[in-house]
Design a binder for this molecule. Structure first.
Ligand SMILES: [Zn+2]
Length: 256
């Protein structure tokens, strides 16, 4: 990779997930809804456009594994990508969530070419993708892009920090509510697809714990859950059932 550093990653010897086909290029017009890109001056956006391709990201696809080279950065439109850290070679825990407000591949903005996390598509949708080398070139040339990405990196760090505390101190129902709200904000669609196995990775709890938490939210008529599809029935009620971490993370993003 052009002038980007490779660094060792602590948990690089981990089993990889079976790889799906990978993001596919799409030709049809796509509504570009990434707010980080939208915040850039028009001239910068137009310049970036020459290097972008529109891709479809599909639920379950892995964009990077820990220790892998970052070949592309992704600016999601209506897709969502989970950042997972892996522990003891088989357990995964979500530490960050990236949607239309951000970019996947943040280490590159720090000139690091290796991903420390697994990036897993959690919500099917589209994204703008750019190869690492042209991205680095654009980044070095544009102060506006640097500014937006620095601000976003700060909010992502804050999100990861808050998530660490949330995972330690807050009960599973509250964490599940937080996670559903964060997903809903980014997807802006209802219902969304989610299996219990997937949720247990996101929340770092056993499937039985997820089932119990989902059942409680369902009994309180906040969500409905059937065959891997979750519908939020009462958003205000879900916000009340959620821990304070949701508002803290949201305020951070809104203020950035
Ligand atoms: Zn919390």
């Amino acid at each position: 990779m052009e002038n980007a550093y490779r660094v060792p990653v602590a948990n690089r010897f981990i089993p990889t997930l079976p790889r799906l086909k990978g993001p596919s290029r799409i030709e049809k017009p796509v509504a570009e809804a990434n707010s980080l890109l939208a915040a850039l001056p028009r001239k910068v956006r137009e310049h970036l456009h020459g290097n972008f391709e529109k891709v479809a990201l599909t639920y379950g696809e892995v964009l990077y594994e820990p220790g892998e080279q970052i070949k592309y950065v992704y600016f999601p439109n209506d897709s969502i990508v989970s950042l997972l850290t892996l522990v003891d070679q088989h357990q995964a825990l979500e530490v960050g969530l990236v949607g239309r407000e951000g970019m996947v591949g943040i280490p590159l903005t720090l000139e690091i070419a290796i991903s420390p996390v697994r990036a897993l598509v959690q919500g099917t949708g589209t994204a703008m993708r750019m190869k690492a080398a042209p991205f680095l070139k654009e980044l070095r040339q544009s102060q506006a892009l640097q500014g937006e990405l620095h601000r976003y990196t700060y909010t992502l760090m804050a999100q990861i920090t808050q998530t660490a505390a949330c995972n330690r101190f807050h009960v599973v129902e509250a964490r599940l509510a937080r996670w559903l709200l964060m997903t809903h904000d980014r997807m802006q669609s209802n219902p969304f697809r989610l299996t219990q196995e997937f949720l247990s990775h996101m929340l770092g709890v056993r499937r039985v714990g997820v089932t119990k938490a989902a059942r409680t939210l369902q009994q309180n008529k906040l969500i409905s859950y059937s065959r891997g599809n979750i519908t939020i029935l009462d958003r205000i009620g879900l916000e009340a059932a959620c821990c304070s971490c949701y508002e803290i993370i949201k305020d951070m993003h809104d203020a950035a």
